[in-house]
Structures are given as C-alpha cells and as structure tokens.
Ligand binder design. Structure first.
Ligand SMILES: [Mn+2]
Length: 447
C-alpha cells in the first residue's frame, strides 16, 4: 500500500512531469501525452509512470520511444523540482486500458487548463524559503490539530492569510482553530466580507494545538495573549514577510522579498495540493492588495503581480473587492476629510504638510478616532513634499500624531525622538501639550 509520503511524491512527480513533457520536451515523436498516475516504490528508488496518448498503435510506439530518450533529462528535472534526496528511476508504461469516459474527460480538462492558464503559474520562491516551506508542509500534514493566529488588531494581510489558510486546512479534513487576540474575535467592518470567518474561534477558547502557525507576526509579542498557548504547541511555524522578523518559530517561513504574508500562504496552500477556491483566492488577494497600497509600494515585484494574476484566475471579483475595501466609507468621512483638508498648511523650514483634527470636530461631524485612520493618505499626496503630519486630539486631550514619508526622511527615527515609534515611512507618537507647542516640537524634531 502506498504511504502518504510516496503518494505525495507520486503526485508531485506527476504534476512536474506533465508540465515538462508538454513544454520542455520537443521530440516530434511524442504525441499528446496525459500522465494518469505515478507510483513510486516505497524506497523511492523507482517511479512507475503511467500515461495515455492519443492516436493508433504506431503513434503509441513512437511516443514510448520518445519518452525513453527524454528520460535522463526528465529524471534530472524531476529531481531538481521535486527536491528529493535520491533521484528515482523513471519507467514509462502506456496505460492502454483507461476507463474510456474518464480518459476523454481528463484530456479535455487538461486542454482547458492549459488554454486558461498561459503564464499564470505561481512565481518561484527563494530556495531557502522553499526549504522551510517544505518542512512546514511535512509538519502540517502529520498534525491532528492546528491552531493559527495572526497579530493583534489585524489588518487585511493578517486576516486574509489567516482565513485562507484556515479554509485550506479545513478542506483537507484537518481540525483547525484560527483566531487572534481580540475581544471579540470578529471581522472589522472593512473586512466583514472575507470568506471563512465561520471558522474563527474566540481567543479564550483557543487551546494549545499540536501544531501552531503564526501569520504576519514580526515577533511573538504580536500574538498578544495567545503567545504562551502558541508556544506550547509541539511545533510552532512562523510565516511572515517582515524584514525585522525575530524567527521565533521552530520552522520559519520568512521571505522579506514577499509583498505580503498572503503571498507566502498562497505558496504553502498550493504546494500542499489544496484547491485554491474563489473564497481562498479572495482572502489572499485582499492580503496582497492591502499590504501593497493597491500594488503601489516599492515592495511590489513582478512576482507580486504574478501571484495576483494567479488568484484572479481562480475567481476573485476584483471590482467588488476594490469597492468594498476602498469605496465603502460612511458619508461622514467626506465631511471629516473636508475639515482636515481645509485646515491643512504647507509648513516651511523644514517643508511638510500639516493638519489636525480636534475632539470638537469629531463630535460635530459624528466620527470616532477609528474613522480617521485613512485621512492621512489623502494629505500625503502632495507634489515635492516628503513628510506629512496629522495630529488628532484624543478624548483625554493628548495629541495622537501620525507621520508619513515618501522615502526622503526616516520618520520612524523622528517619532522615536518624540517618544513614539514605527517604520521609516510610517510612524506615530503622542504629545501632551497645546497645539502650537506640539507643532513647534514636531518642527524641531524634523530639522
Ligand atoms: Mn503583512
């Protein structure tokens, strides 16, 4: 009987061989070949490859001869792409008794697949990341229960990665508990359309699983109250794309060249052989689009768009997702934006755009602090200005400040001087002083 491992190796070889024969073997003797099964021996020293081919007996024989002369090449390529310790010998067998209907159906399906999918293959990933990914899959496939958690106050990438992975594991029959440190664990309004939320469990109901997977967390602290329970798992897998990741997992699938954690989760799901359903594709696409500022940041690479293309082909409704993410403000947001834009000043020495919003404005317009999050993105869109500052008065009277930079100033360092923190391009701080003084303090810090 085939073990799970030989079965999986067989499936991987089947997939790779199908593609190689179709694209890379140019022998005119070889007809339209469909690989029907690959059965490796238990020690993986040999793999029996069963195939069908269109045509009569003469064409069958020509194909067999063609495949045999291509075998050394195919064997090397299979070894390279499937990553096996030893290279199995390949032995081709014509599968001349396929169930008739099924045979034709699979050929038609194969033709449709290749017609529908030119160029939309998954992009390659760095070899060291791939090694970690393969180890992660081995651990995941042997697990009876898997807990997944993303960071506190989750964004689109954290939620998309979490839910997509949860749905994929669930579809493979694995008991999965996805959550984060939240009260309650419910999707924020902006993301309430993401599929898979029915699988979420409350933070308090999360028990240490056999295998734990952290997504989009640069450090274990980002797991909040779940940190201890995640670390109690037999194996902790850490999937993330932050440069600063502390590699807190037993297995660390960290790729700082990835635009988003969703890009890595996509690789994991598809290497695991789970189907990328329209629901899974939608969650991952949300991760991609939100973490890249709609494909506008420097982190966007050809492979980012390749991943997006791959997902769109699997059923993402792009216009619907965009409208839900970016054109779903409440009307009061326009009034709020109007107030902040009207008040904006272009400061000199040093140059920066400044605006503010006080508590009275919020009360008058009828918005909460949360509603004000995106305002700074409109403010920063000014030519020849690198730094933007927005000050928002909290209920306790302190000023909550946000910095944005287009790359000329490390606002993370400036925010630190003010007792805050953040990244080079986006940072925050708090000041407890009158507005005039706060502006002067910021001006001095930027000098
Ligand atoms: Mn992210």
């Amino acid at each position: 009987m085939a073990t799970r491992r030989t079965q999986r190796v067989g499936e991987s070889i089947k997939e790779v061989l199908g593609e190689l024969i179709q694209r890379n073997v140019k022998d005119p003797r070889i007809g339209f070949v469909t690989i029907t099964a690959v059965r490796p021996t238990p020690d993986l020293s040999k793999a029996h490859v069963y195939y069908t081919v269109l045509g009569d007996e003469r064409e069958h024989m020509a194909t067999q001869a063609g495949l045999e002369s291509a075998t050394p090449f195919l064997r090397t390529e299979v070894g390279r792409r499937v990553r096996l310790k030893s290279l199995p010998e390949l032995e081709f067998h014509l599968d001349d008794a396929p169930e008739k209907g099924q045979h034709v159906d699979s050929i038609i399906a194969e033709i449709h697949r290749s017609e529908a999918a030119p160029g939309f293959q998954l992009p390659p990933i760095p070899p060291d990341v791939e090694n970690q990914l393969v180890r992660a899959i081995e651990v995941i496939e042997g697990a009876s229960s898997i807990g997944i958690a993303c960071h506190v106050a989750p964004d689109g990438d954290a939620l998309g990665s979490l839910l997509a992975l949860a749905m994929a594991l669930h579809s493979k029959g694995i008991h999965v508990t996805p959550t984060w440190d939240g009260d309650p664990v419910a999707l924020p309004t902006t993301y309430d359309f993401l599929p898979g939320a029915d699988l979420l469990v409350a933070t308090n109901d999360f028990r240490p699983p056999e295998v734990a997977i952290a997504v989009d967390c640069a450090t274990a602290e980002r797991l909040g109250r779940l940190q201890d329970r995640m670390k109690k798992a037999k194996a902790l897998i850490n999937i993330d794309h932050h440069v600063s990741n502390s590699k807190f997992g037993a297995i660390n699938v960290i790729d700082a060249t990835a635009s988003s954690s969703a890009e890595l989760v996509l690789q994991l799901i598809s290497k695991m052989g789970a189907e990328i359903t329209p629901e899974i594709a939608t969650d991952l696409y949300v991760g991609l689009v939100t973490d890249t500022g709609s494909f506008a940041y420097a982190s966007v690479k050809p492979k980012t768009h390749a991943a997006a293309g791959f997902l769109i082909q699997r059923g993402v409704d792009v216009a619907d997702v965009s409208q839900r993410l970016f054109e779903s403000y409440r009307f009061t947001y326009l009034k709020l934006l109007g107030r902040v834009l009207d008040r904006a000043t272009l400061e000199q020495d040093p140059t920066f755009v400044l605006s503010y919003l006080n508590k009275a404005d919020r009360d008058e317009i009828g918005v909460t602090m949360d509603d004000t999050d995106d305002v700074i993105d409109t403010l920063r869109a000014v030519r020849d200005v690198d730094v933007t500052v927005l000050l928002k008065e909290r209920d306790d009277g302190k000023w909550k400040g946000s910095f944005r930079s287009k790359g000329g100033t490390d606002v993370g360092t400036v925010a630190k001087q003010l007792g805050g923190g953040g990244h080079e391009l986006a940072a925050g701080f708090e000041l407890a002083m009158p507005l005039d003084e706060a502006i002067e303090t910021i001006r001095n810090a930027l000098r």
